[in-house]
Structure formats: structure tokens, C-alpha cells
Design a binder for this molecule. Structure first.
Ligand code: ATP
Ligand code: MG
Length: 424
């Protein structure tokens, strides 16, 4: 036998058993985007490597060790996108969407990072992302947070997530803070782990972001960025907190929330859960007012977030609210050969009668007994049997597969309205 070829480690097949949860989330997300009047954008999966180096930052986990980078046949260095913001900004600049305009955009799709695969962390994963451009106030920050809060409510996981927020201030006040931080960590250099040693002079803020438990205490006692905020950033942050209070959205100010990418300024936030082990962030975002200019466009304020779909799916599975809308309402059991065409016709008529009706027709023949087994396995509530006798008198037999009730006969013409009444 030929050798079986396996998928790449950390790049998963998403099987039919799992896709209902994916589709459920995607559908709810899309309708939410319509409700808030956000527009959809579709972007390439591959970009020039330079784009990510310049936007995400050279001294970040992503650029240092997680990117899938390769030379294409022309010798250009390309990278499978590790996130969506850089490409979205690139597209906005290139297509003249940003300058002096306001945009609220959303995207979705696969992202690629060479990380150690584990629960909630993969090498190909998927994000739902939102980016807004041309809006500089705390109102849009609050809108994005409120919108994500709505999503958790609609997915019925709102009891299992918490919001953390922080402000990173402007680049200028971050520079001041950076000096303080370097001084503090230098005094405790012997307690720094290897990554933090390396970051001490390249990107000391990232030390605060460390996931190493041994670094906890040191990080907790570090100087706090909120104390170094400039007036404008402080006001922006206070107004955001006020808006969240008014909207009844609970949050925790986490002074150590610095996010793993260089391009953020002012507001940053994460939605975290304790139900997924250490991969606890399901949504992360922030303001990136400097990025458009950094990538060659005219200065444009911007704010966005990204949701990790795999983690959200895991949450639905853990918290137990997975949808069942992939299962048919009705499984159509077909008698002899003469019944195939009329059964098919009936199935088509039912689907046309109401688009909510989910009908699976038995294909490939089989005895009534084996068809009834398939009907049960399909998850349908009802088996509808069209055999020779029913065919002769234009009726069908209905059997409830989930309750002990008598099988009953009804006219084919009445089946659609009977089903619509009985499916919920
Ligand atoms: P983490 O701290 O978990 O590594 P991150 O800060 O690198 O996350 P972002 O770049 O902010 O993540 O991406 C936004 C979201 O995408 C994360 O909050 C998470 O839900 C999801 N995500 C990031 N990396 C992965 C991955 N390798 N596998 C699955 N989901 C991921
Ligand atoms: Mg990461």
C-alpha cells in the first residue's frame, strides 16, 4: 500500500463534526457586523515579508521566531500572514481608502505562526478581525469593545469571559516609561529569564508580557505605565472607562497588558477566559494610530481587534452551547424503486415550501429497517416514510424518532405545514 501523507503539524483539518460550531460563530459574527454597519474586506494570505517586519516589529515573538517566510521563484521574500492588521493597512493605503476617510472593516481567514502546537495554539489558525480607520476618539474604542461584548452574549459565553484594558499612551510617553523599566529590570537582572535578558535593551515592555510564572512577582512590582501617561492619553482612557461604565460593560484595568505587537498606542484590551487553560485570550485588540504612517500612508488613527476562532470554538465546546442546526428535521425513508422519483419530488417541494426546513432524503436504497437506522443516526426528529401504499393514496407515514408516539399517516399536501408547526 502507498504511504499515507499526513497534514502538517499544527495545521488542522476541521471536520464535519466540528464545522457546525464554526459556521454558527461565523454566522452570528457576520450578522453582528451588519448590525453595526461594518464592511467586509478580503485580503491575500501572502504578503511581502517587509510588511510584517515593519509593522509588527523586529523584536517581537512573531517576527523573531514565528513567521512562515520563504523566497518565491523570483527570489522575493514572502511570508504567510501571521495576522491581519498589517495586510489591511497595506490594502487601505494602496487603494486610497484611508486618508481623510472613515472606515469600519471586518475580515476573516487563516493566519500562520510557527509556534509549538498545543490546545488553543496552532500553526494555521483562524481569526475574525475588525479594523477601523479615521476615528481617533474613545467612542470608537468603546464601540469595538461593546460589539465584542455583544458577540459573547449572542454566543452565550458572556459568563465565562472577562475584559482587561490598559493604555499604552503615545510613543513619546512610552519612551519615558521604557527608561524607567530598563532601570528597574537592570536592578533585578539576575531574576530575568533568558527571553527577558534578551529583551531588556531591545524591547523591555515585552518583558511584562512574559508568560513565565517565575517572572510574575518581578513584573507585578515593576513601575506602571498608567503613571507615565501624557494628559491626552489619560483623558482618552478615562473617557473610555466612562463609556464602558455607562454601557454596563465590566472591565479590569491590567497595567501589565502590553500586547505582543509593537504598533499599539493608547487603548489596548483583551477578552480572557479561565476555561481554556493557559491559552486564555480569545480576543485581543487596540489602537494603532501610528501604523498607517509607519507603512508609508498619511497619518490616520486606527483601532481594531482580532478573535481567535479555534479558541472560541473550544469555548463553545467547553461551556456546552454548541448548535444542532446541521441536523435534518426530517429524514425521508423511501420504499421500492417506484417511490424514488415521487420521494425526490416531495423532498424538493418541502424545501421550497420553507427555507428553514432541513430535509435529508435517503439515497442509495436499502431496506426500511436500515433506512430507519440511518434516519436515527442523522439526528432528525422525524422519519417520513413514502412506501408503495402511501404512494397510492398520496400520503406519508410520520414517525417521531425522539418520542414514543404512534406512527401517523397524513396527506402529502399537508406535510409541509405540519412540519413547520412541529419542528421547534
Ligand atoms: P498569545 O498571547 O496567546 O500568543 P497573541 O498576543 O500572540 O496571543 P494576537 O496576535 O493578539 O495573539 O492574536 C489575536 C488572537 O488570535 C489571540 O488572542 C488568540 O485568540 C488568537 N491566536 C493567536 N495566536 C494563535 C495561535 N497560534 N493559535 C490559535 N489562536 C491564536
Ligand atoms: Mg502569540
Amino acid at each position: 500500500m502507498a504511504k499515507v501523507i499526513q497534514a502538517i503539524r499544527g495545521m488542522n483539518d476541521i471536520l464535519p463534526e466540528q464545522t457546525p460550531a464554526w459556521l454558527h460563530i461565523e454566522r452570528i459574527f457576520q450578522s453582528l457586523m451588519q448590525q453595526y454597519s461594518y464592511q467586509h474586506i478580503r485580503l491575500p494570505v501572502v504578503e511581502k515579508t517587509e510588511l510584517f517586519k515593519r509593522s509588527i516589529g523586529e523584536v517581537t515573538d512573531i517576527v523573531e521566531k514565528e513567521m512562515y517566510t520563504f523566497d518565491d521563484r523570483n527570489g522575493d521574500s514572502l511570508t504567510l500572514r501571521p495576522e491581519g492588521t498589517a495586510g489591511c493597512v497595506r490594502a487601505g493605503i494602496q487603494n486610497g481608502l484611508l486618508h481623510n476617510q472613515q472606515h469600519r472593516l471586518w475580515y476573516q481567514g487563516p493566519m500562520f505562526r510557527h509556534e509549538r502546537p498545543q490546545k488553543g495554539r496552532y500553526r494555521q489558525f483562524h481569526q475574525l478581525g475588525v479594523e477601523t480607520f479615521g476615528l481617533s476618539g474613545p467612542d470608537i474604542d468603546a464601540e469595538l469593545i461593546a460589539m465584542s461584548a455583544q458577540l459573547w452574549q449572542k454566543l452565550r459565553i458572556d459568563d465565562h469571559v472577562e475584559l482587561e484594558i490598559n493604555s499604552l499612551g503615545t510613543i513619546e510617553c512610552r519612551a519615558l516609561y521604557r527608561n524607567e523599566l530598563v532601570e528597574y529590570f537592570s536592578e533585578h537582572q539576575s531574576q530575568l529569564d533568558e527571553d527577558s535578558q534578551r529583551r531588556l535593551h531591545t524591547n523591555p515592555l515585552r518583558i511584562l508580557d512574559s508568560k513565565n510564572p517565575d517572572m510574575q512577582v518581578l513584573n507585578e512590582n515593576a513601575p506602571k505605565l498608567v503613571e507615565y501617561l501624557d494628559t491626552e492619553s489619560r483623558q482618552h482612557f478615562e473617557q473610555l472607562c466612562h463609556l464602558l461604565d455607562c454601557l454596563g460593560i465590566k472591565y479590569r484595568i491590567n497595567p501589565r497588558l502590553v500586547r505582543g505587537l509593537d504598533y499599539y498606542s493608547k487603548t489596548v484590551f483583551e477578552w480572557v477566559t479561565s476555561s481554556l487553560g493557559s491559552q486564555g485570550t480569545i480576543c485581543a485588540g487596540g489602537r494603532f494610530d501610528g501604523l498607517v504612517e509607519q507603512l508609508g500612508g498619511k497619518a490616520t488613527p486606527a483601532m481594531g481587534f482580532a478573535i481567535g476562532l479555534e479558541r472560541l470554538v473550544l469555548m463553545l465546546e467547553t461551556v456546552g452551547v454548541t448548535p444542532r442546526d446541521h441536523q435534518p428535521h426530517l429524514y425521508l425513508v423511501v420504499g421500492g424503486d417506484d417511490c424514488v422519483a415521487p420521494a425526490m419530488k416531495l423532498a424538493e417541494e418541502l424545501r421550497q415550501a420553507d427555507e428553514k426546513l432541513r430535509i435529508q432524503m435517503n439515497c442509495g436504497g436499502g431496506s426500511i429497517k436500515s433506512q430507519m437506522k440511518r434516519a436515527d443516526k442523522s439526528g432528525a426528529n422525524f422519519a417520513v416514510i413514502l412506501g408503495d401504499i402511501e404512494l397510492q393514496n398520496n400520503s406519508v407515514a410520520i414517525k417521531n424518532l425522539r418520542a414514543e408516539t404512534e406512527q401517523r399517516l397524513i396527506a402529502q399536501a399537508e406535510l409541509a405545514s405540519w412540519l413547520i408547526e412541529n419542528i421547534n
